[in-house]
Write a protein that binds this ligand. Sequence first.
Ligand code: ATP
Length: 215
Amino acid sequence: MSAPAIEASGLQKKYEDVPAVRGLDLRVERGEMFGLVGADGAGKTTTIRMLCTLVLPSAGEARVLGLDTVRQAASIKEKIGYVSERFNLYPTLTVAENLSFFARLRDIPPEVSEERMKELLHFCRLEPFRDRHAEHLSGGMQKKLALACSLVHEPEVVFLDEPTTGVDPVSRRDFWSIIAGFLARGITVLVSTPYLDEAERFHRVAFMHQGQIIA
Ligand code: ATP
C-alpha cells in the first residue's frame, strides 16, 4: 500500500518566542483536495513551508509521499509543486518565457517541455496571452501562470498558499475549475485560504486557529 500524500504528527514551529504552529496532526490521502482554512496569522503559511521542506520544524515530524521532510528534503522537492502567497514570476518575461524558465530550472528536456507548456497554457486558459509580459497580466491571470509554472515538472503533490486571495469572484471560480481538472488526473492538492465560503470546494477541510487545527 502506498504512503499517504501528506502526514504530520505533533508538528511545531516557534520563531523566537512566537509559537506559529503548535502541535499539528494531519493526514491527506493521494488524490485529495485538502483545504487549510484560517484567518491571517493562524499558521497556514508556516505549516505549508514546513511540508515543502523550506522551514525546519521545531518539533514533531512530517512526511510527504512517505518521505521525511527533514532527512529527505531533496527527494521531496522533485515531487512537489509550491505556489507561495507572494510567488515570484519574472515581470519582464512573457507568459511563455516564464514557463520555459521554470521548465529549465527543473531540467526538463526541451522536446518534453515544449509539449507540456502547450498543454499547461491550454489548461490554464493562458494561450491568448502567451506573448504578454507577466507584469501586464491581471492578478487572476498571474495566479494561473504561477500555478502553471509550479506544474511544469508534473508534481505528485501541489501546495497552494492562498491562491485566490485578492482575486475577483469570476477568476476565483475559473481557478478552481482548473484545479479540478488536475485533480481528475490524480494529483494531490493542499490549499490554504482565509475564505470560509471556499471550503465547500475541498474534499476535506481543517480549520486552523493560533497554530492549531481546531476542527
Ligand atoms: P497569513 O495569511 O497572514 O500569512 P498564516 O495563517 O499563513 O497567515 P503564518 O504566516 O504561518 O500564518 O504566521 C503564523 C504566526 O507566525 C504569525 O504570528 C506570524 O507573525 C509569525 N511568523 C511567521 N513567520 C515568521 C518569522 N519568519 N519570524 C517571526 N515570526 C513569524
